[in-house]
Design a protein around this ligand. Structure first.
Ligand SMILES: O=P(O)(O)OC[C@H]1O[C@H](O[C@H]2O[C@H](CO)[C@@H](O)[C@H](O)[C@H]2O)[C@H](O)[C@@H](O)[C@@H]1O
Length: 361
């Protein structure tokens, strides 16, 4: 088995022709009551219900939403203006470490698109050995958490590092370092699963979605334990409406579940008030830094779901949010890095800086 996979770029997709729909969903369905479900879905692909249209429009956007082009600015001007507001964390490295002097850095790292490049097959999103070494070294100096939409077992099978915190399933499954107990306060284990009661429901919806989407070529449903991912990266854009409608029909039966979106993925999760931002706060508290002025949380992520964590940092006026993106995106992060290789370089520089400051003491 090789570690190779098809890397994908997310250039701005072509926007299809928009058709304004005046029919409500119910009238659409009553009008076609005698035709088959497949035909109704096919029709939705062509005409679409308002909700599905909104979903499909949003599916076309990158995640987080790409900054929309304006007539007054060229793409290059837009890029420069965005970079001025979200400078490279590598270019501003000194600024970041100077602000962290004498304080405790806590690292929060998203997985897909941050530690590993985005690839077509979610089961083959491997991180490089260089990245693994950098994360291991960072975790040797700073408490470090992987904060991901993946389930814990899956992300651990990619990262393979025991000395870390894992906040999996969008923070709904939090576990402390399995071997090193170095960062645990008073030897208390950290384990938090705020959505346990949803497990049977998530499992049921997983099975239903597998069945409902099996005829859509390229669609993939991933069970992330406390949440689900419906991938459309490999689905022909013409079928996005069909897929979205299938998901909507299933979700209609489960009012306690909600839909969010990531990078070419529809994510289904419990309606509880819990996200990556809350997970970050939970971990800071578990580490004893809830009200500390001496902590510098650094959160690196690439996805819409990471925005909840960036927002928390902004509201706390503490630490740094770093968005991984090559293109301008609407974000609450303060800094940017272009891709996982730059994340690797940033982590390495952080380790080197820490080592040299320890040598000088
Ligand atoms: O929070 P994250 O660690 O960023 O996880 C978010 C989702 O990541 C994965 O999907 C994304 O990466 C895949 C592999 O590169 C890619 O094929 C897919 O299009 C992306 O959306 C993961 O498979 C999902 O379950 C996570 O929710």
């Amino acid at each position: 088995m090789t570690n190779q996979n098809v890397m994908v770029s997310e250039s701005k997709p072509t926007i299809g022709v928009k058709i304004t729909v005046t029919l409500s969903n119910s009238s659409l369905f009553s009008k076609h009551i005698t035709i088959s479900r497949k035909k109704v879905l096919k029709k939705l692909d062509n005409e679409g219900g308002p909700k599905v249209h909104a979903w499909v429009d949003s599916m076309r956007d990158s995640s987080p939403t790409r900054v929309k082009s304006t007539d007054s600015l060229s793409e290059t001007e837009e890029q420069s203006s965005w970079i001025a507001h979200h400078p490279s964390a590598l270019d501003k490295f000194e600024e970041i470490v100077n602000a962290s002097k004498g304080k405790k850095i806590v690292m929060f790292l998203d997985y897909d698109g941050t530690l590993a490049p985005i690839v077509e097959d979610p089961d083959r999103a491997f991180m490089t050995n260089e990245m693994r070494e950098a994360v291991r070294d960072v975790a040797g100096y700073f408490p470090t958490a992987i904060v991901t939409g993946r389930c814990r077992d899956k992300v651990f099978s990619f990262v393979k590092l025991a000395g870390l915190y894992y906040a999996a399933s969008h923070g709904m499954d939090i576990e402390g370092p399995s071997k090193s107990r170095k960062y645990k306060k008073g030897n208390q284990g950290v384990l938090f699963q705020p959505a346990s009661e949803f497990l049977p429901m998530i499992d049921e919806v997983y099975k239903t979605l597998l069945e409902k989407t099996k005829s859509i070529p390229g669609a993939k449903v991933e069970n992330n334990k406390f949440c689900l991912s419906v991938h459309f990266r490999c689905v022909d854009e013409k079928s996005w409406g069909t897929l979205a409608e299938e998901v909507r029909l299933v979700l209609n039966e489960y009012p306690k579940l909600k839909l969010t979106q990531g990078r070419k993925v529809l994510e289904i999760r419990p309606t509880i008030k819990w996200d990556k931002g809350r997970a970050l706060e939970f971990l800071l508290e578990a580490l004893g830094y809830a009200n500390s002025k001496d902590v510098v949380p650094v959160y690196i992520g690439d996805d819409r779901t990471d925005e909840d964590a960036f927002k928390v940092l902004r509201n706390r006026e503490q630490g740094f949010g770093i968005l991984v993106s090559k293109v301008p995106k609407d974000t609450n992060a303060s800094y940017s890095l272009q891709e996982p290789s730059e994340v690797n370089e940033f982590l390495r520089r952080l380790v080197d800086w820490k080592r040299s400051s320890l040598r000088q003491q």
